[in-house]
Design a protein around this ligand. Structure first.
Ligand code: HEC
Ligand code: HEC
Length: 196
């Protein structure tokens, strides 16, 4: 009789536990689904900036940077080189100073002006949203950045440089503040990649 009662008590407690844990699971699943929708939505905004000439010109598919709002190949074809800073006499820093050089068609500047290195090219040019989202979230293809470092990267001076690139160069389609907000939302909600 005692056994019987214990079994019933365990049974009731157990099913009550199952019911709450099922509800919890469902809640978690629903939250995850909501997060992935919000994350993918934020990435659409992020992508519009990544593919704008101010970012893409330094993230080309080839080894020569791109120039201008039409992203044509860089005049005189400076090459990426192993560290991204150019080769021989065509070092980026010869022409690109720590600050923008004033005037139309003068080189924009930043102390770190370079392409990504040859062993980790971080190509944006030609990438579909899904491909690019997966690439940026991939530790082995993003310069070995973890989640916190990725969040931090939106605050990098090279990224900020896109909003101050000197005379005659259109800024990216979002303001810097809007970009950072979309970037953070995308990553904090899970860094999901869109379906295509
Ligand atoms: C011989 C000088 C020179 C060298 C070397 C040089 N650049 Fe440039 N770069 C320029 C000039 C000048 C412009 C501006 C051209 C214009 O606006 O018509 C420019 C523009 C650019 C732009 C375009 C910015 C934009 O958004 O439109 C990028 C990107 C760029 N350079 C990257 C590089 C990189 C990376 C290197 C090294 C691998 C490099 N450059 C080496 C002179 C140089
Ligand atoms: C002057 C060239 C230059 C410009 C302009 C530039 N980048 Fe980059 N970017 C780099 C270099 C070099 C690296 C790798 C070294 C580093 O992390 O600083 C990099 C790395 C990155 C990374 C991390 C690696 C990855 O997963 O791709 C992201 C994200 C990124 N850039 C985004 C941007 C965005 C967004 C813009 C425009 C708002 C931008 N970049 C403009 C040169 C540039």
């Amino acid at each position: 009789m005692v056994m019987f009662v214990i079994i019933i008590v365990i049974g009731v407690a157990n099913s009550a536990f199952m019911a709450t844990s099922n509800a919890k699971n469902l809640e978690l699943q629903q939250k995850k689904a909501l997060d992935s929708v919000a994350s993918v939505k934020a990435f659409a905004d992020v992508y519009s900036v990544l593919m704008s000439p101010r970012c893409m010109n330094c993230h080309p598919a080839g080894d020569v940077p791109l120039q201008g709002d039409d992203s044509h190949p860089h005049a005189m074809s400076p090459k990426r080189g192993k560290d991204g800073r150019g080769i021989y006499a065509m070092k980026c820093g010869n022409c690109h100073q720590p600050e923008n050089t004033p005037g139309l068609h003068m080189p924009p500047g930043n102390p770190k002006w370079a392409l990504p290195p040859s062993d980790m090219k971080m190509v944006f040019e030609g990438k579909k949203p899904r491909e690019l989202a997966l690439q940026i979230m991939d530790y082995n293809r993003n310069g070995h950045l973890n989640k916190a470092q990725l969040i931090e990267h939106a605050r990098d001076t090279l990224v900020k440089a896109a909003w101050n690139m000197g005379e005659g160069r259109k800024p990216p389609p979002l303001t810097y503040k809007e970009f950072v907000k979309a970037w953070d939302t995308w990553i904090e909600k899970g860094g999901y990649a869109p379906k295509q």
